[in-house]
Design a protein around this ligand. Structure first.
Ligand code: ADP
Length: 308
């Protein structure tokens, strides 16, 4: 049984169609990035899965239970963060986790041990007795993750866990998510950032204007964009003759060159990339110092796809 299933999930807010017949199955142990621009319908989906709102039409199933009809059963084995986590202002981190543990039916020694474990995992042990209003946004996100993990659920549903964090905070949250993935949990992670999904997830479900527009393995995402972009750093600026040769290579669609760097748009998969790099060195005789897929360019292509 798949941990998360949606069937023709549809949600209207008044006359506004926010989710349009969303059908997808999330398989056990996968980390699925739910990718889409702001307003795509990600939070709406997550709120339905977490039983905070009801769909207008269609159904969701979490661990085989419909969260709109049997929320207790559906959410028993689920940890979630919906939007930016916030806490009762009179509570410190320990209070938050103890309170939440009791709601989940964890008590006594088990509760003490679990609280200690998740505080350590989230890297906030030293702020355990600090009142939560003094927490930075990053610390709140960490406490949110600690809370979501407290009852050791097998499914995690997270809504933009790195939203609004500084670069270091973003990296730390990603590290945590990768660690959670290693534990074999199923993760459903909403994000508007392509890069985050590429970094953390193994599957991607792309949503736009309430509709699922792609659902595939992350490495197939580039295929979806049809054109890939490679940034190649050279020891010396390329000569005009060499650029002529680059243009004529089999998979090359277009290129731009600036100083010691060429950006090449090419068509094809990893095999095409291997051939292209070999041709740059052997046939064009460029002195390739390093190369990388261009993330910024992929981001542009993603936005174009979403606009279409
Ligand atoms: P995302 O999480 O992808 O940014 P949302 O699910 O929050 O998208 O929103 C989807 C659409 O539904 C947006 O157009 C948003 O403005 C609208 N929407 C969300 N919540 C409400 C609400 N409570 N009332 C009316 N419209 C809403």
């Amino acid at each position: 049984m798949e941990p998360i299933v949606t069937e023709n999930l549809t949600k209207y807010y008044g006359k506004m169609l926010a989710l349009d017949n969303l059908t997808m199955k999330i398989r056990k142990g996968h980390c699925v990035g739910f990718l889409g621009p702001n307003g795509a319908g990600k939070s709406t989906t997550i709120k339905i899965l977490c039983s905070l709102i009801y769909p207008t039409k269609g159904e969701a199933h979490v661990n085989g239970f419909n969260p709109s009809k049997e929320p207790r059963n559906a959410l028993e084995d689920v940890g979630c963060i919906v939007e930016v986590p916030d806490f009762y202002p009179q509570f410190n981190a320990l209070d938050v986790l103890r309170y939440y543990g009791k709601i989940r039916g964890i008590t006594g020694r088990e509760l003490r041990e679990r609280v200690k474990e998740v505080l350590e995992f989230a890297g906030i042990s030293k702020w355990a007795r600090m009142k939560t209003p003094k927490f930075s946004r990053g610390m709140k996100q960490r406490l949110g993750i600690a809370q979501a993990l407290l009852h050791n659920p097998s499914i995690l549903i997270l809504d933009e866990p790195a939203l609004g964090l500084d670069p270091r905070g973003v990296v730390e949250i990603r590290k945590m998510l990768k660690e959670i993935m290693k534990q074999g949990k199923t993760i459903f992670l909403a994000s508007h950032m392509l890069y985050e999904v590429q970094e953390v997830c193994d599957m991607v479900a792309m949503i736009n204007k309430g509709k699922l527009i792609a659902y595939d393995r992350v490495e197939n995402l580039e295929k979806l964009f049809k054109v890939q972009v490679l940034e190649v750093d050279l020891l010396q600026p390329p000569k005009p003759k060499q650029l002529e040769k680059v243009k004529k290579l089999e998979s090359v669609k277009s290129y731009s060159a600036e100083k010691n760097r060429i950006k090449i748009n090419f068509e094809g998969d990893k095999t095409a990339q291997v051939k292209l790099l070999a041709a740059l060195v052997k046939d064009v005789r460029l002195q390739v110092a390093s190369f990388r897929p261009s993330v910024a360019a992929l981001e542009e292509l993603y936005l174009r796809l979403v606009e279409e």
